[in-house]
Design a protein around this ligand. Structure first.
Ligand code: BJW
Ligand code: ZN
Length: 263
């Protein structure tokens, strides 16, 4: 338990999770912070050093694909050196134990929930712990022409654009398979996320600033159908005022505490 955390808040949150028939979990960059993945809006966040408009919009890619690719190749390298932390693992174990009645929805593109699901499942089916990755996945490429999705190619990009990855099928430029600002999210995935949120008795919101929509509206669907909200975040967010229990601390310490014996 983080210093200063009232024990009854943790107990209250544990009771809510234990009693819930269905749980939806929405995660953001903060859950991977303790794995070494930079967040976007924190004091060391990516948007402190880089402008989202220059790197994470379709317009930026059309204007300067070399710059955008260079940034994503750098992030692939950083993330490639990271591993799931105790928070990812606790969540994966919980989702496996709940066998389909707990759904993990993540805004993260780092693949760490997926890795944790495989680790936690061992020889069993990781399916119930595989997250809905609503902002895509950094380790995949997508053709900007025919939209074919392929595994991320190892590439090095010259300043003149030589080496920009191209689609084998149609020759158009490949791009990272992530969702940029101004782009629609995958409709089927988003519908599954909102359906899980509407059906849930508890929405657990972990490590997100809850500023980016439509992801930030997912917990509102649980509240709208009479469910409870639990937030884990060291900082307040726009959702904090609606939370029934708030664990003000890091997720790698708080998630294992919260989910212990909750499967
Ligand atoms: C810890 C911790 C520890 C630290 N433990 N916690 C409604 C209102 C206003 C605007 C809009 C709206 N609807 C749509 C919009 C526009 C826009 C938007 O939301 N803008 C707002 C920013 C104002 N949304 C979009 O454009 C979306 N598309 C869309 O709506 O399409 C509509 C459409 C329909 C039809 C046709 C065309 C369009 C797309 C959004 C895509 C977001 N993309 C990114 C980049 C992904 C690729 C990449 O990684 O490069 O997604 S932006 C970035 O933000 C990334 C993240 O997934 C996302 C959310 O960030 P997150 O995860 O919350 O991270 P942080 O850094 O913000 O917060 C970290 C938190 O962790 C903090 O709270 C810390 O305190 C905490 N923390 N350490 C626990 N140890
Ligand atoms: Zn193509």
């Amino acid at each position: 338990m983080p210093p200063g955390e009232a024990p009854d808040v943790l107990e209250e949150a544990r009771t809510l999770v234990r009693r819930a028939r269905r749980v939806v979990v929405l995660t953001g960059a903060g859950i991977s912070a303790e794995s070494g993945v930079p967040t976007f809006r924190g004091s060391d966040g990516l948007w402190r050093s880089y402008r989202a408009e220059d790197l994470a919009t379709p317009e930026a890619f059309a204007r300067d694909p070399e710059l955008v690719w260079a940034w994503y190749l750098w992030r692939r390298k950083v993330i490639g050196a990271c591993a799931p932390n105790a928070g990812h693992v606790a969540l994966a174990r919980f989702a496996l134990a709940r066998a389909g009645t707990a759904v993990v929805v993540t805004q993260n593109v780092d693949g760490l929930h997926h890795q944790a699901a495989l680790m936690a499942a061992g020889d069993a089916d990781p399916g119930p712990a595989i997250p809905l990755e609503i902002h895509g996945a950094l380790h995949r490429d997508r053709c900007s022409g025919c939209r074919r999705v392929t595994p991320g190619v190892p590439a090095s990009i010259d300043e003149d654009g030589a080496g920009l990855p191209r689609c084998d099928a149609c020759g158009d430029l490949l791009r990272p398979d992530v969702v940029w600002f101004g782009e629609p999210l995958d409709t089927a995935l988003l519908e599954r996320a909102f359906a899980a949120a509407r059906d849930a008795d508890v929405c657990l919101v972990v490590g997100t600033s809850a500023l980016v929509h439509p992801a930030a509206s997912i917990p509102l669907a649980t509240l709208g159908s009479g469910g409870h909200l639990i937030e884990i975040n060291p900082e307040p967010t726009p959702l904090s005022g609606r939370a029934h229990a708030t664990l003000r601390g890091a997720s790698a310490a708080n998630l294992p505490e919260l989910l212990r014996d909750a499967g």
